[in-house]
Design a protein around this ligand. Structure first.
Ligand code: ADP
Ligand code: ZN
Length: 435
């Protein structure tokens, strides 16, 4: 049994959670219907009224919202309250197109920071910890969310933001940081930089890392845990629903508990919109149950995921989501085969390579090409061309087994793939330039 930030709700019985959700959804749908003309119109078109929503079971009657709606309604079209009640905006990192802005009342900020505090406590955080936050600060939600959560837990908070890795390391060592919060790709980079500076993993005081905002594999987790000498916890979220903290990992590390008192999750078939039963793989959809300023109902995340209600040894009762396999729009279709960058990462790390890679997709003579640049680890580097070629062939074979299509692998010298301080850009799809 672990520690909880809000034990009463985090370990509440299923009946209690349902009761809370049912009460909140009735109020929330009415709030949205009365205050968000954009969504009222969608409900009217579907012939649904607030009276039709009596429990979370009825959520399936509501229309979906998509990123396209958010872009159409930009900036104020989905606002659920007067601007004078709002105290903050945050914005998406714009990974996949035009930015989306989200609004928060003080109540919304509070519930978001509570969610992040739950994540920090689940990772072992207490008021005795020194929490180094190196997610980006500013419009991006990563910095603000974990910063607020860290305050709530009472950790000594280091608001580092991302970048300036030498300074990150200096503060980490001088102030004895015990918890590190950043993207997994930046955590890997910090681990690499620590080793280069001559530190071994036991030289730092870190015990846990809270890493998210981008997809990362179990292999990547193990590699980071080893390089930093910590336990690495996953955290998930998106600007549209608040930011990080929608769900978080506990010590069992078998999925992330969704904060169900604030967010109701569904898995749908992305083609038909049909709600799928527990355990099915599909697109994750969130309804925020009590946000005031940006109260999205049935928001389609495009993240591909599975939900499970299997009992968790940590004592938390909230539903768990698996690591998202990546967004449906991260999925590459190469010669008709679906490829996720995370599959490539798994092969590389399993074969003993570093997580420093880049995927280049192009179309030559009407046929798709897949090239993967992978760095040698410094101790693997060889001047012999034949050595390199046989390693490349071996990797190509392992990739073919995993992906079902054969890429061209290029082993490149250490440090030639650009490092990430935030969300890593793993894929360059040149086909988009031709279209
Ligand atoms: P953008 O859509 O511009 O990247 P956000 O910063 O709001 O904007 O990113 C949210 C997205 O980041 C999620 O929808 C998901 O695809 C990804 N993400 C966040 N946390 C995780 C995580 N722990 N694992 C995998 N993907 C994640
Ligand atoms: Zn758990």
């Amino acid at each position: 049994m672990g520690n909880y930030y809000q034990p009463e709700i985090e370990t509440a019985s299923r009946e209690k959670i349902l009761e809370i959700q049912n009460e909140k959804i009735v109020k929330q749908v009415r709030h949205v219907y009365e205050n968000v003309p954009y969504y009222k119109k969608l409900m009217d078109e579907k012939g649904v009224t607030p009276d039709d929503i009596k429990s979370v079971d009825d959520i399936k009657k509501l229309p979906f919202l998509t990123k396209a709606d958010l872009r159409e309604a930009y900036p104020y079209g989905l606002l659920g309250t007067d601007l004078k009640n709002c105290v903050r905006i945050q914005s998406t990192s714009g990974t996949t197109g035009k930015r989306v802005v989200a609004f928060y009342t003080q109540h919304d900020i509070d519930l978001w920071e509570d969610c992040c505090a739950r994540a920090i406590v689940a990772a072992g955080g207490t008021n005795e910890d020194v929490c180094q936050v190196c997610y980006g600060y500013g419009l991006f939600t990563g910095g603000a969310g974990l910063h607020g959560g860290s305050h709530k837990v009472g950790c000594l908070t280091l608001p580092m933001s991302s970048g300036n890795t030498d300074r990150q390391i200096q503060f980490m060592m001088d102030l004895g940081s015990t918890i590190l919060c950043c993207t997994p790709s930046y955590a890997a980079y910090i681990g690499e930089s620590l080793a280069e500076a001559g530190y071994s993993p036991s030289d730092n005081k870190l015990k846990a890392g809270i890493f998210g905002a981008e997809p990362w594999t179990e292999e990547m987790r193990r590699s980071i845990e080893k390089s930093l000498g910590i336990k690495a916890y996953d955290i998930y979220g998106l600007t549209e629903t608040s930011g990080p903290g929608v769900s978080f990992e506990c010590e069992e590390q078998t999925g992330m508990h969704i904060n169900e008192d604030h967010f109701y999750a569904e898995i749908i078939d992305p083609e038909t919109g049909e709600v799928l039963p527990e355990g099915s793989k599909g697109e994750l959809v969130f309804t925020s149950l009590d946000k005031e300023a940006f109260p999205l109902l049935r928001y389609r995340t495009r993240d591909i995921c599975v939900l499970t209600r299997k009992k968790c040894s940590c004592g938390r009762t909230h539903v768990k989501m698996c690591k998202p396999m990546g967004r449906s729009d991260d999925m590459l279709i190469i010669r008709g085969v679906n490829v996720f960058p995370s599959q490539i990462e798994t092969v590389l790390l399993n074969e003993g390579y570093t997580p420093n890679y880049q995927i280049i997709v192009d179309r030559v003579n009407n046929s798709d090409t897949l090239d993967i640049n992978v760095e040698f680890a410094p101790d693997q580097f060889s001047d012999k061309v034949s050595d390199t070629q046989s390693k490349e062939k071996a990797l190509e074979g392992a990739m073919r087994t995993m992906l079902g299509i054969g890429p061209k692998v290029h082993l490149v010298p250490p440090k030639s793939v650009i490092r990430s301080e935030g969300k890593a850009v793993r894929v360059i799809d040149k086909r988009k330039l031709h279209d």
